[in-house]
Structures are given as C-alpha cells and as structure tokens.
Design a protein around this ligand. Sequence first.
Ligand code: SF4
Length: 482
Amino acid sequence: MSFDKKEECGLFGIFGDDEAVQKTYFGLHSLQHRGQESAGIASSNGDVIQCYTGMGMVRRVFRRGSGLLSKLANPTAIGHVRYSTTGSSRACNSQPFLTEYSRGQVAVAHNGNLINASLLRDEYEAYGSIFKSTSDTEIITHLIAKPTHISKPDPLGHVLNHLQGAYCLLFLFADRIEAARDPYGVRPLCIGQTQNGSYVVASETCAFDAIKAEFIREVEPGEIVTLDKNGLSSRFFVKGGTVTPSHCTFEHIYFAKQSSTIFGENVHEFRKKLGRQLAKEHPAEADLVIPVPDSGMSAAIGFSEQSKLPFDMGLIRSHYVGRTFISPGQDLRQFEVKLKLTVVKEVVDGKRVVVVDDSIVRGTTIRGKIRALREAGAKEIHMRVSCPPLRHPCFYGVDFPTKEELLANNRNLEQIKEFLEADSIGYTSLEGLLSCASLPAEHYCTACWSGKYRIPVDIALNKFAMEHYQLQMFEDWPETNE
Ligand code: SF4
C-alpha cells in the first residue's frame, strides 16, 4: 500500500426498512475505507428529511451514547463517507447536503468529481445564487432548484445531463431515493436487497454483506434507479444513446475492499490475477514474497502462487491506525505510516525478499520501508508493483498528487530503482493489467498510466479548483479520527 494517494467517497441508501438508519450506519462502516474525513446520514419519514453530518470516521460522528441514530430513525435513509477531491476538508463540505427548494426537501450524496463544477458555480453565482460550501456537490442542488429544470418532464435526468465528469449520486427526496451513475460508469454503484425485501444501493457490495443483503446488479452507466413504495424502477438519462464505459481500473487495484464485487468481478480475485501476471512479467531470484499490507496482499498471494516462492508476512500492519493515506497532510501521513507498518526481523533476516505493492505514487513511503527491511537484515529487496508506473493525474475523483510529484514522472525504471534503493524493480504492464480484467480493455479508464482521458478535461483543473471561493466557517475539526 502506498500511503500518499487518496480516494473519494462511499455511498449507501436504503428504502422502506424498519432499521434503515442502523443499517445505513453499518453500511457506512463497511465503506469507511473510501473516506475518513467526514460522515453523514439523512433520513426521511415520508414527509420530512432529517440530516446529521460531522467530521471524522463513522464511529466518531455517530458515537455511542449520542442518541443520534435514534433521533434519525426513519424508514428511508442515505449515508455518505467522504474524502475530499474537490472542495477541501471542511465541515461545510460534509455530506449528505440537505436543502429545500420549491418542490420540497432533497438530500444529496456524491462520489466522484465534477469537471465542470467551477464553471457551473460561476454561472449560478453570476445570477445571484448563494453557496454555503466549496464542494462540487452543492452545485447539483442549485441545478435541481432551477425553475426551467423543474418544468422538464424528467427534471433529474435533465439536471444530470448538465454534469461532466465522474459521479455516482444518491438523492433522498421525502418519498423516494434516486440513485444515478454517470454515463461512463467511472465509479461503482451497486443495487441489493435485504432479507426483508428492502432495496439498498451502495458504492460496493461489501456494504451489503454488512447487513446481510443480497447483491442484485450494478446501476448501469447513465441510469437512474428509483427506490420507492412501488419497489425499484429504472430509466436512462443520457442524451444521444449510451457510450462505451470507462470504469476506474484503480478501484480494482487499490480502492475497493477485497471482498467487494465491482464491475462484474471480485476485487480479491482480480488482484491475485494481477500478482500472477506480475510474476510472469518480472520473475525474481528470491527466497520469499512479502506483501505491503493490506492492499498489496492479494497481488502478493498471486505472485507467490505463480512464482512458487513462499509467501510470508515481513511487514505487519497495526489495525489501530486509520487508513493513513486519507489523513490530510504529508507530515501526519508519514508519522502514521511509521506507526502502522512494522518489519518482522525474524522473517526477512538474511533473505532475498520480493516486496509486492499495489502501486507507487510518490515513492517516499515505500523507500522508507525498503530501508527498514534492509536494516532488519534483508539481503536483497526486489520491488514488484501490480500496476504500471503512475505518470498522470486523475480528474475523476482520485486525489493523486501533481504530475511533478509522481515518482514515475520523468524517471525511467533504472532511476526509479535507484530512488527506491531496491535491488530490482518490476511493474505489471498496461497490457498485462488489462488482460487480467473480465471486461473488454476499452471499458476501463487507464488515464493515470496512459494519459488518455476518455472524458475530456481541462488539464489546469486541480483538487482546489473550487478553493478560490474561500468560504470560512466555524468548524469542529477533530484532532484525531477516533
Ligand atoms: S485516471 Fe486512474 S484513478 Fe482516475 S478514474 Fe482513471 S483509472 Fe481511475
């Protein structure tokens, strides 16, 4: 695991269930790996929507004894865990966003990144709209409230056609949930059903496992799925027909939980295939294979299977430290990394070790671990990475650093090896990566390796494109996430 890349958000929604809010809480818990900065739940009793959001992890925001889950207890709910990709880490940006317009209340939860957010906001501000956050999600509520949009036959579908970029969205209206996925299906969004028949939606199927719900299918790219008293219904909003999907390959490589099934495939199995492919492309003369836990684990198992080298745990992860790459600030992340990964001297001393990681972003973290392994007596260290070298930023909801900060930017393999102080280096090729996937190669986004952006982007855009708005509000930012 590289600790200097961050992911986006997690969504959960459930309609018409006696334990909707409790199940949303558990669903968000299981999606915590998708964001630790803030969490929130909005619920509806059929007439009125209530909402509570706060900074920190789910367990902290809805802490035991607070009575918050009881206060929110209604039969329909949506929830959100957040890492900021557009709009900074502030309480005002936590979701769901609850607002009221001429047709009543609506709460919105978003996973992804709107490329045209800044443009839309400028447009609305020019006509007098007032914003209370710096997040791209709030713009959607203004689009929903616009009188010329309300008058359309399908106002929500009309609004979604104004958005550019990657988005999975949950809308909680008083009487229903609408779940939408962008036309390219960049981020995952799944539909399930509980044992008592309630429909649920979530970013990953691991949230269904948490509440014993069964996975039915994914929300299709360009589809809006409605959960209401009539059950589940569907419509497509894309003007001019469907496009070839562009699923985020990085969801499979790193973001999603190993137990989840996304884009039609189990994440753990996909990562094992990547590890086998890596071993075929870059075998090593070594004594054992160790993973960088946790996300390098499945690929290391695959590498070990293919190479017939024994698998062992040379690095141990402390589970009492949060998912560190999500912590804002490099200093804090570095400190957390030291706390989090410990070398097992007895495993690596005197050995030639293959270290398998899912990806490398800046490279400073893994270099520190390579040094620590050598100090613990490792004779040789062969670094193997289960995806190609990252060379380009992501504009679709993943907060990689700038191009200049990426280790593989302007460095060849020899220079990368020297930087990492490894004895050898090997990355899975892009062709090898795509050969492991079950869908056709053209159905995946590979922009962070290839630089080919399927959804057109303004290269000048960055995470803080919205920050010139500089909203200052009082915030209860916790010192720790616990
Ligand atoms: S650029 Fe990379 S991280 Fe971003 S959506 Fe595409 S594959 Fe995923």
